[in-house]
Ligand binder design. Sequence first.
Ligand code: PEP
Length: 252
Amino acid sequence: MKRREIFAGNWKMYKTYQDAVDLVKGLSAGVKKTDGREYAIFIPAPYLRDISSLCADTLFVTGAQNMYFENQGAFTGEISPLMVRDCGAAFILIGHSERRHIFHETDEDVNKKVRAALTHRLQPMICVGELLNERENNETLQVLERQVKGALLNIEKSDMAKISIAYEPVWAIGTGKVATPEIAEEAHISIRNIIKGLYGSDISESIPVLYGGSVKPDNIAGLYKMNNIDGVLVGGASLETKDFLPIVNVKN
Ligand code: PEP
């Protein structure tokens, strides 16, 4: 089965406005055909509207890196799904490990955000992944099960086509220690099995599962050739055209 393939960049809290504009111009000049791939960039919220407009004539779509789950209210400092949608985003990143571990987001928060995103026609990209000590204690499967089931609680089968999962082992994020293709593939198969238990094999076989964690131009080819890796979510190497273009343009 041919699945959606998504190549995504997460800019985190980097870039001035002008740097962001220059980066998008460089990326759009370097990607001229889709090859059946989708390209998304997760933008700092203050630039979301302008960068979404700039992306309108390119192959890239935008997403926000986080949002609150309420439509509006007295939630100082937060942004709502309505605002994200209004700024032209197609995707929303939910449950990134930096949100879970620095800002203490729970599986319940993640689930509320997934539901809010779907209500507002945003495509949730849900991040899951184990800590180093959880892997060393053989708890990876349990962690993935808890995070995937928690994120998808009460999500209807009919909404699953809008959802993608990013497997991002926390020990690989920003550390330069990429998971081997075999380790990533094994985790992706586990994620598909969990989804199969919840929604059946059609959905588990069709949902895009991306890998994230120290993806670089020199390791993308090995990861991308694995059967169950349907694209990548890239942090550090998405910040410069010289790094991100060879990743999104990796040969089939
Ligand atoms: C990320 O931010 O999701 C990420 C995977 O970061 P990096 O590529 O820098 O490890």
